[in-house]
Design a protein around this ligand. Structure first.
Ligand code: ZN
Length: 314
């Protein structure tokens, strides 16, 4: 039995206070996983904050300095749509360190799950939509720089388009980006991913899964990434306040298992991040995120993972 590794830190709480983004959700998901026996205390690893070296592989020095020094402009705060605090800044640094650690676990054991991260609206020079630091891009660029991977694929199933991801990796042949999202939703400007699946309002489980599986499978076979970064997203849920799709709790777990099993069957390791979730009842968001971790554990049990490759594929 391969180790099932989850990454979590108490400092993940973004300290947003009363806000549509329930920044205490990470602790609630961790507690739920322990209470339900999906993971034990020994399965959790605690990350270090990402290094400035890794952040600067993605972000501009000026943006990193403004975050660290607390010198965000009114326009910075308006685009971020979240209140500034030191705790928030530390949480983004920890999330980036956590996604990197989850990816390192994935390269060793097949799957690594960050109970956090997925901040796909962050750009090199500014934050947007509750995302200040693009943890997934930081992890990819850091692992590439260290020679742990050459090619990565991002599969983004958050209900909102992965605009930051698309902008950061535009023209980068080493990173293949897929975003499946509601067309008629934030962000208004959607820079092109390698593959964008723009969905009409109200799409349900069956239609959603029908549109997702084929392109992911074909992209995995054609691009042969060394690592898949899965941005799960709980907000395609039919009772989400910021989403307009109609997936059920069960449909979302099927989605999670589908993506992870497709990758593992092709011996591509998967690092998972949680991303958004704004259900009317916070309990539902926690359930959907906890189910993502359960789906990861089940996928690892279901599919024979042959272990780490000696060197990244050429
Ligand atoms: Zn979202």
């Amino acid at each position: 039995m391969l180790p099932f590794r989850l990454v979590y830190h108490e400092g993940y709480d973004l300290n947003f206070g009363p806000h549509v983004f329930p920044s205490e959700k990470y602790r609630l998901v961790r507690d739920r996983l322990l209470a339900q026996g999906i993971a034990g205390p020994e399965d959790f690893l605690e990350p270090e904050p990402a290094s400035d070296r890794d952040l600067l592989l993605v972000h501009e020095t000026d943006w990193v300095e403004r975050l660290k020094n607390g010198t965000l402009s009114f326009e910075d705060i308006r685009r971020l749509e979240a209140p500034y605090s030191r705790q928030m800044v530390r949480a983004f640094w920890l999330a980036a360190g956590g996604t990197t650690l989850a990816a390192q676990c994935a390269l060793l054991h097949g799957i690594g799950v960050n109970i956090g991260g997925g901040f796909h609206h962050a750009f090199p020079d500014h934050g947007e939509g509750f995302c200040a630091i693009h943890d997934v891009a930081v992890a990819i660029r850091g692992l590439q720089k260290d020679g742990a991977i050459r090619r990565a694929m991002v599969v983004d199933c958050d209900v909102h388009h992965g605009n930051g991801t698309a902008a950061i990796f535009a023209g980068d042949q080493s990173v293949f980006t897929i975003s499946i999202h509601q067309a008629n939703n934030y962000p208004a400007l959607k820079p092109p991913s390698t593959i964008d699946i723009h969905l009409p309002d109200g799409v349900g489980d069956e239609a959603y899964l029908g549109k997702l599986a084929g392109p992911v499978q074909a992209a995995l076979a054609g691009f042969r990434p060394d690592l898949l970064m899965y941005i799960a997203g709980a907000d395609p849920y039919h009772r989400d306040q910021l989403g307009g799709l109609s997936l059920t709790v069960e449909g979302l777990e099927t989605r999670d298992r589908t993506v992870m099993e497709l990758a593992l069957r092709q011996q591509v390791p998967v690092a998972v991040t949680l991303a958004g979730g704004y259900a009317m009842d916070l309990h539902d968001t926690v359930t959907i995120h906890a189910n993502t971790a359960r789906a990861a554990r089940d996928a690892l049990t279901e599919v024979r993972w042959r272990g780490p490759r000696c060197a990244p594929a050429g």
